[in-house]
Design a protein around this ligand. Structure first.
Ligand SMILES: [Mn+2]
Length: 449
């Protein structure tokens, strides 16, 4: 059930404990199992990323606790829900405490014991770290318990700085999983290009991507799939809806899958009818040139600002050449160039290092996985843009693993050269004609590694 061997998780817990000061406790509640509607209809459950990272444990209503006493003795504890035949017939079998004991924790307790055991650990605790975001109710009750033990607010902190440091650099095992997540994502984008045609809806294109994700072993999309036809692409996070994709428009697709907990995050923009108009191609090629230049610059030691400067220079110069009046790249690209990628799509990890006077921008290092995603978003009403470019929005996004000498583009199999895209879409058109109206063009599954 767990993605990695128990030893890998044990290693991660020890690494986290080594970052914790003497007399501290770190608590990681499992993600809340959220009701979608009614009483027994829940959202697809997704474990909190920190719990996945430190244990691989998938069950809700559990808490992971790491404790380091004032003399440096360490203890790892899991609080979980016991198996229960009647409940489990409705919700699926729980692992049970006995099996959980084999996962390498020092102690496994029933979840009801959390308050009692934690109160005892808090007597040896001068600082508590609480994982935030995945389960607000559990967080609040942990904060209350800590406060009741007399811990001042300044001594109640988030775990994010600790886990961020560890999760920023991916282990060789994680890198393999992320490679697979990226290639499934890339494959789905290619499949969507085969399927795309005027008259289908954003939702239908989304379904095509999600089908390929799941058929290749991913659990689900890693985030709500963005399919944005025409002007919708100006909205950075436009969720796919019933909009009909129109002949002559571009479609922007920002979609990635979650494979064994790890996200891919890919954006492609292409013509709905399979052929770029000259104006679309000019904007597209400008963004592509900027993206390729940034990718070529990625290597250990480089900072995000340096990468952004490369992109800014190319886009600003290119826009001027295309006749845009008094516009800098930043005016048409409201988001940053990229972000950390991992268990979370926008993965944890600070973009800065040090404190006070030593505070500096964090530079890239081998083992980090990042996205590079420049874009240009031109509103239909933007009078500073030549008329033929108004209403065109383009984003191109790939996932990169930073290596010792540069970077590997994990998503390189997703077509992005205009000629490649047009060729691929022509192939798709031929396949659809052969299959007949309403048939899904599905490329074969990608082989397992
Ligand atoms: Mn992204």
């Amino acid at each position: 059930m767990e993605t990695f061997k128990p030893e890998e998780y044990q290693k991660r817990r020890l690494a986290l404990l080594s970052l914790m000061p003497l007399g501290s406790t770190a608590c990681f509640p499992a993600a809340d199992n959220k009701v979608r509607n009614g009483t027994a209809n829940h959202y697809l459950y997704r474990q909190a990323s920190d719990v996945l990272y430190l244990s691989g444990f998938h069950e809700d209503e559990s808490t992971l606790v790491l404790h380091k006493d004032r003399t440096g003795n360490c203890l790892t504890l899991l609080f979980a829900k016991a198996a229960n035949a009647e409940e489990d017939q409705w919700n699926g079998a729980r692992m049970g405490l006995e099996a959980a004991r084999k996962l390498g924790f020092d102690r496994v307790h029933e979840k009801q014991q959390l308050t009692r055991v934690l109160n005892r650990l808090l007597q040896e605790t001068d600082r508590i770290f609480i994982s935030s975001g995945a389960n607000l109710e559990a967080e609040e009750s942990l904060i209350k318990m800590a406060a009741a033990k007399g811990l001042q607010p300044a001594r109640i902190q988030s775990t994010s700085k600790l886990t961020g440091q560890l999760r920023l650099v991916k282990s060789p095992d994680e890198q393999k999983v992320m490679e697979r997540s990226a290639s499934i994502g890339a494959h789905a984008h290619n499949a969507a290009m085969l399927q795309c045609q005027p008259g289908i809806t954003e939702n239908q294109l989304r379904a095509c991507l999600e089908y390929i994700f799941v058929m290749n072993g991913a659990t689900a999309p890693a985030y709500s799939v963005i399919v944005a036809g025409g002007e919708n692409a100006y909205i950075l996070h436009h969720p796919a809806d019933d909009t009909i994709l129109a002949d002559g428009d571009l479609v922007l697709v920002d979609a990635g899958c979650e494979y064994l907990g790890y996200a891919s995050d890919i954006t492609r923009t292409y013509p709905v009818n399979g052929v770029f108009s000259p104006a679309q191609k000019e904007i597209y090629e400008l963004v592509l040139a900027a993206q390729k230049a940034a990718i070529a610059t990625v290597k250990p030691g480089i900072t995000w600002s340096e990468l952004e400067a490369v992109v800014e220079a190319i886009l600003t110069k290119g826009l001027k050449k295309l006749g845009f009046q008094g516009l800098k790249a930043g005016d048409l690209m409201p988001h940053t160039l990229g972000h950390w990628l991992g268990l979370d799509v926008h993965d944890v990890g600070s973009y800065e290092t040090g404190k006070g006077k030593t505070k500096a921008e964090r530079s890239l290092q081998p083992g980090m996985v990042i996205t590079i995603e420049p874009g240009l978003y031109i509103s239909k009403a933007d009078k500073r843009a030549p008329a033929k470019y108004r209403g065109i929005s383009v984003r191109i996004e790939d996932d990169l693993l930073v290596t010792a000498s540069g970077a590997i583009v994990l998503t390189q199999s997703a077509f992005k050269e205009p000629a490649e895209i047009e060729e691929m879409m022509k192939v798709g058109k031929g396949m659809r004609e052969e299959l007949g109206e309403g048939q899904l063009v599905v490329p074969p599954r990608i082989p397992n590694r």
